[in-house]
Design a protein around this ligand. Structure first.
Ligand SMILES: [Zn+2]
Length: 383
């Protein structure tokens, strides 16, 4: 009796261990040899891949890529930052859109929608012992307070049409204040609007060497940047509805992803930290879609046998795990039109992979998988 019980317990233990392994939380999914997943259901394509070029400055490369892709029936996407897009640019974009290609939202000013410490500053004067910064949203100013002086030593305008409209302009103005040293938290934050600095009444900035950060109101900045780009794109391309987000610098956070969702985006793309396999046991987050550069995945020597072998291995792995993801690049310094022309036939010859727009990836995921707690799961992926 005792032995039977132990056998039973042993069996139960093994079952529990198996169960624990099955429900262990997946780490950042990415796309590695070790990425797990099940194939896509049904009789359709075995994987979905979006070819996408980032940034307005790469419009020439994308326009040529569109022509080259049309020869294979491949649809592509351009991630467009809109602030400097001209009517001539929109005329070129409209032609591609009429052919079934897509324009995605890449913010108005090409700035991070989830910046960290946006401005870093300090104030030092050996004659005093304290200084602080005040971000006053009500008045739309940044005040620098020093020592016992009740009056600010400097008051900087943060308003939309003021002298310090962008964080770059604000940092330059701060560096003209005696005693202050200021810098951008990251050069990529240069074009963020100063008026989105987060309200704060006492940031200690009295440092001889160190710096104190000022933060940005992430939802307000994200809303301005994403809503502005959507408006620009839909005004420039009458009849086209922009429903795909591509986060600049591959950076997003839960708050900015929520804003992207609220503004009518069906999906969002990041980089290699994103979700590549719809069939993954940990589910698939449509607002963190994986993208890898062909340069990094296959190399740059497109005529080498290893190049074709790497493309074939990439597609094989994608088909095994239910892959739904992007190949992205920038300008010719990363991957030229000639290199794309060598890659496209290698991709197109795999008839089991669909090459579609970013939004078509999202449409496929939504109609194929089940949404639970913000992630999509295939019925057979076992969770
Ligand atoms: Zn970009």
């Amino acid at each position: 009796m005792l032995r039977r019980c132990c056998v039973l317990c042993g069996g139960l233990l093994a079952a529990c261990l198996l169960l624990a392994a099955a429900v262990a939380p997946a780490t950042a999914q990415g796309f590695l040899e070790a990425t797990r997943g099940v194939p896509l259901p049904g009789n359709g394509p075995r994987a979905y891949v979006n070819i996408i070029i980032d940034d307005l400055v790469n419009l020439d490369l994308w326009t040529q890529l569109v022509t080259d892709c049309d020869a294979f029936g491949i649809k592509t996407t351009l991630a467009l930052n809109t602030a400097k897009t001209t009517p001539d640019d929109y005329a070129r974009l409209a032609k591609a859109v009429a052919g079934g290609h897509e324009i995605a939202n890449h913010t108005r000013d090409h700035v991070s929608v989830a910046p960290g410490g946006a401005v870093k500053l300090r104030y030092y004067d050996a004659k005093i012992t304290a200084a602080h910064a005040v971000v006053d949203q009500g008045k739309g100013v940044l005040r620098i307070m020093a020592g016992d002086n009740p009056q600010p030593v400097a008051e900087l305008d943060l308003s939309e049409n003021g002298h310090n409209q962008t964080l770059k302009q604000l940092v330059d103005a701060l560096n003209n204040v005696r005693g202050v040293v200021a810098t951008l938290g990251d050069p990529y934050y240069a074009n963020i609007q100063s008026r989105f600095l987060l309200e704060k009444d006492n940031t200690d900035i009295y440092f001889k060497n160190g710096f104190a950060p000022l933060f940005v109101n992430i939802p307000a900045n994200a809303r301005y940047e994403i809503e502005g780009a959507k408006h620009d794109i839909e005004t420039g391309l009458p009849g086209f509805v922009c429903r795909s987000m591509v986060y600049p610098f591959l950076v997003s956070d839960p708050a900015s992803r929520q804003v992207a969702r609220e503004l009518g985006n069906d999906c969002g793309r990041v980089g290699t930290a994103g979700n590549a396999a719809l069939g993954a046991p940990g589910g698939y987050d449509l607002y963190q879609i994986y993208a890898v550069k062909p340069r990094d995945a296959f190399g740059t020597n497109a005529s080498a046998p290893e190049f074709a072998a790497k493309v074939a291995a990439f597609l094989k792995k994608l088909k095994e795990v239910g892959g739904v993801c992007c190949l992205y690049s920038h300008g010719p310094d990363e991957f030229t039109n000639e290199q794309w022309r060598a890659l496209l036939p290698l991709l197109a010859k795999d008839k089991d992979v669909a090459y579609v727009t970013l939004n078509d990836l999202s449409t496929f995921v939504r109609k194929t998988a089940q949404l639970r707690d913000g992630k999509y799961y295939l019925p057979q992926s076992g969770k």
